[in-house]
Write a protein that binds this ligand. Structure first.
Ligand SMILES: [Zn+2]
Length: 218
């Protein structure tokens, strides 16, 4: 098995709504935010961990392909399983598929969004985040329980997307590429992060290129 080439996907992850990808949710900040977004430990900026993006692509693909592994990621390790081939067979050490093909980088703030956040920081002394308070309804009693405040990255924030795909001699390159595109398409159709069924996490992938060539999702 030989590594033939790498393919590079680049683009912008654009937040159409507020986005919440959790930091340590049990950490309560001053101001009563009990669900904070994950932030870079050095510069305090929000980012989208590669693992979140990768996990969501994988679970979306498993759902559309009807893969059911009792709530666990697919670990079949079959030659024909594009999910196992690209993302790695879950907890399966006896497969012949070779290394995980996909590398999803952490998506950092895009230059424009970084400038906006920095401006906000200088002018008001705070990072710009949105706070969304949700009431949890006790249906039996018909009353609202303790409200939770969820911090979100505000809409219109842009992050830089970078995905590397490793193509081996045993792979069908077009099939790998199409599966990655399909995974991104399903994230656009659903959501990223927490609270997707309640309005958070709508994203679009803009200015996409594959090895420098522009393309758009189906
Ligand atoms: Zn599989």
């Amino acid at each position: 098995m030989k590594l033939v080439k790498t393919k590079m996907f680049k683009g912008i992850i654009h937040c159409e709504t507020g986005l919440h990808i959790g930091g340590s949710s049990d950490e309560i900040e001053i101001g009563g935010v009990d669900m904070t977004v994950i932030k870079h430990p050095v510069n305090g900026e929000p980012y989208i961990p590669g693992s979140s993006l990768k996990g969501k692509m994988r679970s979306s693909l498993e759902r559309v392909k009807g893969i059911d592994n009792r709530g666990e990621p697919c670990g079949c390790g079959l030659e024909t399983c594009m999910v196992c081939r690209i993302f790695g067979p879950h907890r399966n050490t006896r497969h012949q598929l070779g290394p995980t093909r996909i590398i999803v980088r952490d998506a950092n703030l895009n230059g424009k969004s970084r400038k906006e956040m920095q401006k906000h920081l200088q002018e008001r002394g705070i990072m710009f985040f949105e706070k969304k308070t949700e009431n949890i309804i006790d249906r039996a009693k018909g009353m609202a329980l303790h409200p939770r405040t969820m911090e979100r990255v505000p809409m219109d924030t842009d992050f830089d997307l970078e995905i590397v795909l490793q193509v081996y001699d045993m792979d069908n390159e077009a099939q790998l590429v199409d599966t990655v595109k399909e995974g991104l398409t399903w994230i656009e159709k659903t959501y990223l992060g927490k609270g997707g069924s309640r309005g958070s996490g709508k994203v679009t992938f803009n200015d996409l290129t594959l090895d420098g060539q522009p393309f758009s999702l189906a």
